[in-house]
Write a protein of this length. Structure first.
Length: 606
């Protein structure tokens, strides 16, 4: 077979995405290759297709057992001989897999970096290796956002297997990280392929200045409007994951917490239930996600701002991996900045981490298309706005906010620049809090001068003032507000200050019901399609059947078919096995295995 035949037969696709065919060709010509491709962009196919065509077994280095299991299950579901060697197997299973590998019956073998290094003089010396693929390759670089010490020895494989081509793959790596990956893995004149970072199916939105209570209320409304959609809420601390999960459960939303401090058995159970769609909502720290290859995550919410654009991009990339529409929301507050700034000051790479945090803040505070900012960060220039982010859909309106800036900065000055942001807001709002009364701030001339604004508006404006450089936070002085030279210019009317009006505090997404949701899809494979409008009732019935098939086999539902495939089926409504097999994403193995049941259901409902 050739690459296109493998693609259609096993994976059900008629054509490659950008760069995939060239990457496959590079591997088959035995060149070292560096692949930079966004999550959901099709990285796995870049080594899975050549593995099917090259003599021997492809070794894939993967960081997490759960990730290996997902990949192996997905490959087996497509009729491909794949296995994983890891600590979850007993000796009998381990021995069987090793025998199959040595005899050449396994085309793709997944291993952890530690297992790979220990097996070099044993299993690896007895098998024929076609290709070594290093997944999540950014983990080898200390400049990357997720450095892992266990990856550090992988550079030795170049010396041990000089004639075996190596493919390094990652979804997020800036220029300095890419150079370090090449150096650490000792790649030999690698061919580099950098795909577009654009994920147009992901909507991007930022919500500024919400309190934890307001965030929770928003999230509850958001989830209740999408009761059948799976999603992840990322939180900065372990305690906040548990608190939010408890709040959601109290409001009738079945959610679970996930963080590194939980017992391993509890983490494994939560992850398994999420993969099986038995739990649709997980509140997690960043410990959750890399091991999830779940393609039907329909939304990702950040309860707190991440520390870098790399982290943020990778985490939102866990939504919409199947290419169907997905939503992302980032909550952003001054408390996040204060906490993350403290982390930066305590880190070992203070300067570079401070720069990464600054770029993340710029993204969150931006008044221009957010997707263009993301793409620019990864050295990709877009010449048009995306029309799928909050800034494009509701551009901010600017006004002369000089008077409000002067109120806040004057209050800060009159406290001797010893008050926190929250206390400044209490002063201008005229709130007699314990701190204000104890320090006699209620006697200041600025007390109550800004009471016409809500506390939420003041939080938003103070955030903008800090981003505009009108004041700094003195972290070593109890987070006190310190007026800058730029702030002095506004305070003494030497310069004007333009602020953005806060976005309307509404939940437009939460008001949308699934019954009214119409998804337009173009299905080029069919000539007998009467309409290209999706039948939402058929989609839900297909989803139920998918879950039944998955439960029968012990697979996660998305391994049977992705949401995108179900949307295509609910739109094209194939009533013959041949038409069913022509739907993108359905290969020969799945057509034979599931086709009759799904076609029968479609016939009944159309």
């Amino acid at each position: 077979m050739d690459p296109k035949t493998v693609l259609k037969t096993y994976f059900g696709y008629d054509s490659f995405r950008k760069n995939q065919q060239e990457i496959i060709s590079s591997a088959m010509q035995r060149h070292d290759t560096l692949v930079l491709m966004p999550t959901g962009g099709g990285k796995s196919l870049c080594y899975q297709v050549p593995a099917m065509l090259m003599p021997g077994t492809c070794i894939v280095v993967s960081p997490l057992i759960s990730l290996m299991q997902d990949q192996v299950e997905a490959l087996k579901a497509n009729g491909i001989e794949a296995e994983a060697l890891n600590s979850s197997h007993d000796l009998g299973i381990d021995t069987t897999i090793r025998r199959r590998v040595v005899s050449g019956d396994v085309k793709i073998l997944y291993m952890s970096p530690e297992r790979l290094m220990t097996e070099i003089p044993f299993l690896l010396s007895q098998m024929r290796i076609s290709l070594i693929a290093i997944d999540e390759a950014h983990c080898i670089s200390q400049w990357g956002h997720d450095f892992r010490p266990e990856y550090s020895q992988l550079g030795d494989i170049r010396q041990r297997f000089p004639d075996v081509p190596i493919m390094a793959l990652t979804a997020t790596a800036d220029r300095i990280t890419r150079l370090d990956i090449i150096k650490q893995l000792r790649l030999n004149n690698p061919r580099e392929f950098i795909s577009s970072f654009d994920r147009p199916n992901l909507s991007l939105a930022v919500k500024k200045g919400y309190t934890p209570k307001e965030k929770t209320s928003f999230i509850i409304n958001f989830i209740k409007a999408r009761p059948l959609d799976a999603g992840i809420v990322y939180c900065l601390s372990r305690a906040s994951t548990e608190k939010l999960a408890n709040e959601l459960n109290a409001h009738g939303i079945h959610a679970a917490a996930y963080h590194a401090g939980m017992p391993a058995a509890d983490r494994t159970l939560t992850q398994a239930k999420f993969k099986q769609d038995d739990i649709l909502v997980v509140c997690a720290t960043i410990a959750f996600g890399m091991g999830i290859d779940k393609s039907n995550v329909r939304w990702v919410i950040h309860f707190n701002m991440p520390k870098s654009i790399e982290s943020y991009y990778q985490e939102i990339g866990r939504a919409g991996r199947d290419g169907a529409p997905a939503e992302t929301i980032l909550f952003y507050s001054m408390n996040d900045i204060i906490m993350l700034e403290k982390f930066v000051k305590e880190s070992g790479q203070r300067e570079i981490n401070a720069d990464k945090l600054r770029r993340m803040q710029e993204y969150a505070e931006s008044s221009v298309c957010r997707r263009r900012i993301l793409l620019n960060y990864f050295n990709e220039v877009s010449d048009h706005d995306c029309h799928n982010c909050d800034v494009c859909q509701d551009p901010p309106k600017r006004f002369d906010g000089t008077r409000y800036v002067q109120m806040a900065l004057s209050a800060a000055k009159r406290t001797g620049e010893e008050a926190k942001v929250s206390t400044i807001i209490e002063i201008v709002k005229g709130i007699k809090s314990p701190t204000v009364v104890r320090k006699s701030y209620d006697r200041l001339p600025t007390f109550g001068v800004g009471k016409e604004l809500t506390t939420k508006q003041w939080r938003d404006y103070m955030l903008q003032m800090m981003q505009l450089g009108f004041f700094d936070i003195e972290y070593d002085k109890a987070d006190a507000v310190k007026v800058t030279a730029a702030g002095e210019d506004v305070l003494w009317s030497r310069k004007q200050a333009l602020l953005c009006q806060p976005a309307e505090d509404v939940l437009p997404l939460a008001k949308r019901s699934r019954k009214n949701k119409k998804i337009q899809l173009v299905i080029p494979h069919f000539t007998n399609v009467a309409t290209n409008e999706e039948d939402p009732n058929l989609f839900e019935a297909l989803r139920i059947l998918r879950k039944k098939c998955a439960d029968e086999e012990g697979f996660p539902p998305y391994i049977v078919f992705s949401d995108k495939v179900l949307h295509n089926l609910a739109t094209s409504k194939p009533t013959t096995l041949d038409d069913f097999g022509n739907v993108s994403g359905i290969g020969e193995h799945k057509k034979a295995k599931y086709g009759a049941r799904f076609v029968e259901l479609i016939k009944k409902m159309t």
